[in-house]
Each structure stands twice: as C-alpha cells, then as structure tokens.
Ligand binder design. Structure first.
Ligand code: WT7
Length: 637
C-alpha cells in the first residue's frame, strides 16, 4: 500500500500522526512505496537503541540517483532540476534540466571509475557551490562510493583530519571558489592537506577561478580533461550500482562536545525515504514550484534539502554560489525576483543580518512569487520571525521552522506548510513518524504540557544516523548512553500548553554560531596550539546576528606586549587549525581559570560572565581559587 506523502489538513495530521505511532512499520512502508526500488525489503525495521543497531528496509535494493534522476526523465526530462546563480550577478546563470543533470552525473560517474573509484570507496569533496558539486555528490552515489563533503570554509588541517579518519582515496576539488568579495584558494588548501594524506591516490580538479595552481604528476587531473575522454567514448549513460538499503551513502563530519568532529553515517534506503518524504510534506512541494535553499551543500541542510530531498521529488532547486550580503544585502531578494522563487528556505542568522540593513533595501523588490518560507539551524527569535513573515512573506506565507540535526538526516519537528498553525519561535509539532520525549536529568520522562526538559527521541526513523564512521562506540556513548533506550539530541526544549515544541538551544558544550555547530573543546584545542597559550576555556554568549558568539578565556602568562596583536595571532591560529568559522569573537586574557578542587573548569561561571550576568554567579565556594573569578569579572569584555 502507498501512503500519500503530503498531508492536507490539520485534522488529517492528527490522524496520520496517531497511525504512525501505533503502526510505525506500516506507516513507513506506505511512505517508502512512493519511491523506486529495484527490489523491495524483506524486513521493514530491526532495532535497538542499546548497541545501537538500526536497520530499515533490510534486503531492499536501490540506487538513490535512480530516484533523483532516472525516474523523472520521462515526465520531467526538460524541466529544470538546478538553476545555478553565480556569486557575481553579472556572470551568466546556468540551468540544468533533469536530462542534462542525468547525463552529467553519468559522465562523471565514468570519470570516477576511470580514476580507480569502486563501490564502498570514500571520496572527499571540497568544492565551491557550483552545479559540479551536486554532480560530484550524485556521481559518487551512482557508483556506490561514499562521499564525504567538507565545507569550503574549513582549513587544510580539518580536511586532512577528515580524509584520514575515513581513509579516502580520491578527493574532488576546484582551483578556487568565490564567496562574496573573497576568493578561496581551494586547490592550494587541498595541497596543504594532502601532505598528511597518503591514502589519496587521485585529485580531480574543476576549473572555476583560473587561479594559478600546481598540478602534481600522477596524482592530479583536470575535471574537464577527464570529461572529454568520456565524451569521446560517447558514454552518456551509466548503469547505477545496485545498493543495499543499509549500505552507506555518505559520511558528514560534525562537531560534538568532546574531541574531534565525528563522521555521521547515513545509509541509502532510509535516508532517501526520509529526505524525500519530509521535503514533500513540510514544504507541501507542488510540481513546477521553484525552491531556493540558501545553505551550502557542505552542510547537512545542503545534502538533504538542496541535493537529495528535492531531486527525489522532481523539484526545481536554486543553487546559489555566493553570500546573502554581496554585492548588496538585497542579493537574496534579487534572486527571489529573478527566478520567481516560490519557496525560500534560509537561516535565522541570515534573516537577522539582512534585517539589520534596514527595510529600504526591500523597496521595489517583487516578493509576490513567494508562497512558503522556511527557517533552520538555530532558534529563531520572535523579532526575526515577524520580520520574515511580514516583510518577506508579505503576511501570506506560512513559515516552517524546521528543527533537526546532521544526525537526524531530515526534519523532525516542523510545521507542515499551510496545515499546522504556526507560532513564532516554535518548531511546533513532530512530523508523522517522529516520537519526541522530554526527560529530566535522570532520564525520567516529563509528561504533560507546559513543561521543559532535554529533548530525546524514543523510536527510530528511517533518516537517523546509523553509526559514527570507524567508531561505533562513540556513536553509542554520544547519543544513546546518556538516557537509557533513547536517542539524545543535545537540545533543551519546551512543550507549551498546546503541546507545541520550542527548541531552547544546546544543553551540552556545543555552540551554534550563525547556524554552524562548533565544539568548544575543538576551539580550545586549536587555541592551545598557539605557542604562548597555556590553557583556555571557550563558551558561547548571545550575539545579535550570529545567535551565539565565541568567547575565549585564555591563559597566556608570557604575554606582555601588544594585546591586540596577541589576539590576532590566536585568531589566526584558530583559522589555520579549524577554519575562520570557529574564530573567537572575543578573547579575554586571564591569569587562571576557575576550577573545582578536582581540576574541572567551572564553565557555568564563565558562561555567566560572558553573558554579562555577573550578579548571580551561584556557588563559588567549591573553587580552588575564588579570587580568579573576581579578576575575570573585572576584565570581562
Ligand atoms: C543543531 C543541529 C539541521 C540543519 C542545520 C544544523 C540547532 C537546528 C533548529 C531550529 C532551533 C535548531 C539545534 C540542533 N537547530 N534547527 N529550527 N530551531 N534550533 O544542523 O549543524 O547538525 O546542528 O542546530 O541545536 O541540535 P547541525
């Protein structure tokens, strides 16, 4: 039986939700039947959250790219799959129809094969936001190789860490990339990374910026040369590799509260069903609508809601290379007007930033094509919500505030556009199939409404992570060991009197800076690499535009010279080690950190000081050296 993917009334939502909890397997089978399978599953679900072991659609065979491309050729072959808007608005835009995208993916699949790629290999992708990024991702999936996309803002060291962790054998990059008025020397960063990466046998380089680069004999080849070889052979089709539903589709690294980023693993069958279903349902996507997600494919939002989700649904997706503020802070509105965008999906940080430039920039812009709006990445404050609603949506567009995570694969708690009554600041209700639960510190369920607690999920869903690459134990301890038999999200959450959910932010040592996840421990490690730093502690503080800013307390005893210069040096170190996105906004030099007698840093106190809330620091009597708190308070930035 096939269940419709889209719900059309609030009443129906309640019915379907109830069914999805009572008969979860039947519910997901119905959804999965909307997709193209080479062979259907023998067993819908097998699971336990203790190991954890989660298997959806066991025995099924498929290739996700047949769902994204092949199955649309007959009906949608000449419809645009991707509309590419370049960084510089004076450069020509590009449109790729489903047929053209199909051919390009097939050609590049041959390129990968010709360069030694096999099913199961890990391939690192470090590219600008050009159509070839989507093509590279899909070509990996076509041949059954596992992609690991690294966002173009990460440093050589971060790339090397990720390549080594996944033992990638191929990397795909470009000579350079553009973001606003900056040019990013991608290939040169890759060259620095590869010094540490003997597993890489081949580097495929796309021409984008024509920056002079070095090409290493035997290792580096040009994308265009390789495509030419395939064209000469006339190879415009590629028989997709048959994948098991539980075979790995990709790895995406994300930060946690401890250690290096972990490789979140998503699998072919469940992820396909989940991203396709959530995209169709939450956005109520109708054939022909133009959809624009402003994220980068380097993050999960881009994986699920630029690449896979929309393509499985035959959607037309705008892929934007640049940034919302260049050449002017009206750039997104110009794109909306240019392509008559119907669905705009962006982040609160972008909304707040564009708001800050004033409403004059909106004058004369045509927003009339917009029908639905979406928000993702962090809690949206009411002011931004209302501005988005009134100024951009003209009061006519439902806003879907989608709460989810890299680990969840797709939307978890989200309004269904036009169906779920919305409330500013609320992700509202769980999508059918999702069973959230709030627990207290001891893991005891907090029942009823008008309560808050730690947000967990008590039943598996097809899009959830299966493991963390190469370290299943880490997956268990991070997500499944905090509370017995529950997936722990790391978020705090409020459920109001109507049963509506409002995410209040991370309860662990993870920061959310402009919608990017940053581990405080990672930033501390990077700061501590600086030769004059002895010790540091990093916390978040409220930031008007970024949501959270990075506040670093640094112990630097031999720092007697120019403080500003020392700050810049430390920031440079963090940019080098992680990437500019993790650079502290504030650095306070301190003589010591507040610690308990057992040597644990009292972050609670540091957080309060960073927030400017020094009146109420709570109990400091257990501190090793209470005087240090007074000094830190006095020097707070
Ligand atoms: C964390 C996940 C999921 C794509 C982007 C971020 C926060 C995400 C919302 C939202 C409040 C949100 C949570 C979550 N978050 N969406 N709509 N409202 N908070 O993915 O990097 O894996 O980060 O982002 O804190 O745990 P991510």
């Amino acid at each position: 039986m096939k269940t419709p993917m889209k719900i059309s009334s609030f009443e129906e939502y309640h019915q379907v939700y109830k069914h999805s909890v009572e008969q979860p397997e039947q519910f997901w089978e119905g959804i999965a039947n909307n997709f193209l399978w080479r062979k259907k599953w023998d067993k819908t679900l097998e699971w336990n959250f203790t190991e954890p072991k989660i298997k959806w659609f066991q025995g099924a065979k498929l290739n996700i790219t047949e769902n994204c491309l092949d199955r649309h050729l007959e009906t949608l072959g000449d419809k645009p799959a991707i509309i590419w808007e370049p960084n510089d608005p004076s450069e020509d835009h590009r449109v790729l129809t489903y047929r053209q995208l199909y051919e390009k993916v097939c050609q590049f699949a041959h390129v990968l094969k010709n360069n030694g790629a096999k099913k199961g290999d890990r391939i690192c992708i470090y590219m600008p936001m050009v159509p070839e990024l989507a093509i590279a991702v899909l070509a990996c999936a076509r041949i059954g190789a596992i992609h690991s996309v690294v966002f173009g803002g990460f440093s050589a060291q971060s790339i090397a860490d990720r390549i080594k962790d996944a033992e990638c054998n191929i990397v795909i990059t470009a000579d350079g990339g553009y973001r606003g008025n900056k040019e990013i020397p991608l290939k040169s960063i890759i060259d620095d990374a590869l010094v540490q990466c003997p597993s890489i046998k081949r580097c495929i380089v796309l021409t984008r910026s024509r920056t002079p680069i070095s090409m290493i004999k035997g290792r580096d080849v040009w994308w265009e040369d390789e495509i030419k070889k395939v064209e000469t052979q006339g190879n415009n089709t590629y028989e997709a590799e048959e994948m098991g539903a539980e075979d790995m589709l990709f790895i995406l690294y994300t930060s946690g509260s401890t250690g290096k980023p972990k490789g979140v693993v998503h699998t072919c069958g469940g992820y396909m069903v989940y991203t396709g279903y959530t995209f169709a349902n939450a956005f109520q996507y109708n054939q022909g609508e133009v959809y624009f997600c402003t994220a980068d494919i380097g993050w999960i939002t881009g994986h699920s809601y630029i690449a896979y989700g929309p393509l499985t649904q035959g959607a037309t997706s705008v892929l934007f290379e640049g940034v919302p503020t260049w050449p002017s802070p009206a750039r997104l509105w110009d794109i909306v007007e240019k392509y008559k965008v119907n669905i705009l999906y962006t982040a609160p940080t972008a909304i707040r930033s564009l708001m800050s430039f004033g409403d004059d920039l909106l004058k004369g812009k045509d927003f009339s094509s917009l029908k639905k709006l979406g928000s993702v990445g962090e809690p949206i404050n009411e002011e931004a919500w209302h501005w988005f609603d009134e100024k951009i949506g003209q009061g006519n567009c439902p806003i879907v505030d989608t709460w989810w995570q890299t680990e969840t694969g797709g939307f978890m708690i989200s309004p269904i556009a036009g169906v779920t009554p919305t409330k500013p600041g609320y992700a509202t209700l769980p999508l059918p199939g999702i069973q959230p639960i709030l627990v207290d510190e001891n893991g005891k369920e907090i029942e009823g409404n008008g309560v808050s607690g730690n947000l967990c999920i008590k039943f598996p869903w097809p899009g959830m992570l299966r493991t963390t690459y190469g370290d299943h134990e880490r997956c268990r301890t991070t997500y499944f060991a905090t509370y017995h038999d529950l997936y722990f999200t790391g978020d705090g959450c409020l459920r109001d009197d109507d049963g509506y959910y409002r995410i209040t932010g991370r309860v662990d040592d993870v920061l959310n800076v402009s919608g990017h996840r940053i581990g405080t421990a990672e930033v501390e490690n990077a700061i501590n690499m600086h030769s004059s730093v002895v010790e540091s502690a990093v916390v978040g503080y409220p930031h008007d535009i970024k949501g959270q800013g990075v506040y670093a307390y640094v112990v630097c005893p031999n720092q007697h010279g120019d403080e500003e210069l020392a700050r810049k040096d430390i920031m440079m170190t963090v940019s080098r080690i992680i990437g500019a996105i993790a650079r502290p906004d504030k650095i306070q030099f301190v003589s010591g950190l507040p610690k308990t007698r057992s040597g644990k840093i009292m972050r609670r106190i540091l957080r309060k000081i960073a927030e400017g809330d020094t009146a109420n620091l709570g109990d400091t009597s257990t501190l090793l050296d209470p005087a240090v708190v007074e000094e830190i308070k006095a020097g707070a930035l």
